[in-house]
Ligand binder design. Structure first.
Ligand SMILES: [Mg+2]
Length: 98
C-alpha cells in the first residue's frame, strides 16, 4: 500500500474513529452497487461510477487498516493467485476446443 494513501486513511480512522469509518465504508459499498445498477440501465454516467469506485478504494483501504493490513494483503495475494490459475485453466480449455 502506498505510504501516503495509508497515512491519510490511518488519519481518517484516528480523527473520526473505527465505527464511523466502517459505516461509511458500508455506505460507499451500497453507493457503488446503486451506481453500477443505474449505469447498466443508462441512468448513470461512467464518471459517476468512477467516483464511486474511488470512494470504495479509499474506504476499503481504511477497512484493511481496521481489520489487519498484513492479513488482508495475504488474502489479496492468495485470491489473485487463484484468479490467475483459473484464467490459465480457462485459456487451456479454450485452446483444447479450438
Ligand atoms: Mg460515494
Amino acid at each position: 500500500m502506498k505510504e501516503e494513501i495509508r497515512n491519510i486513511c490511518k488519519d481518517a480512522i484516528e480523527v473520526w474513529g473505527i465505527e464511523p469509518q466502517a459505516r461509511i465504508a458500508e455506505e460507499e459499498a451500497a453507493e457503488l452497487i446503486v451506481a453500477l445498477e443505474h449505469f447498466r440501465r443508462g441512468r448513470a454516467t461512467m464518471d459517476e461510477v468512477r467516483t464511486e469506485i474511488a470512494d470504495i478504494l479509499i474506504t476499503a483501504t481504511q477497512l484493511a487498516i481496521i481489520f489487519g493490513e498484513d492479513e488482508v494483503s495475504a488474502e489479496f495475494n492468495r485470491k489473485l493467485a487463484r484468479l490467475k490459475a483459473r484464467i490459465e485453466e480457462s485459456k487451456r480449455n479454450i485452446n483444447k476446443r479450438n
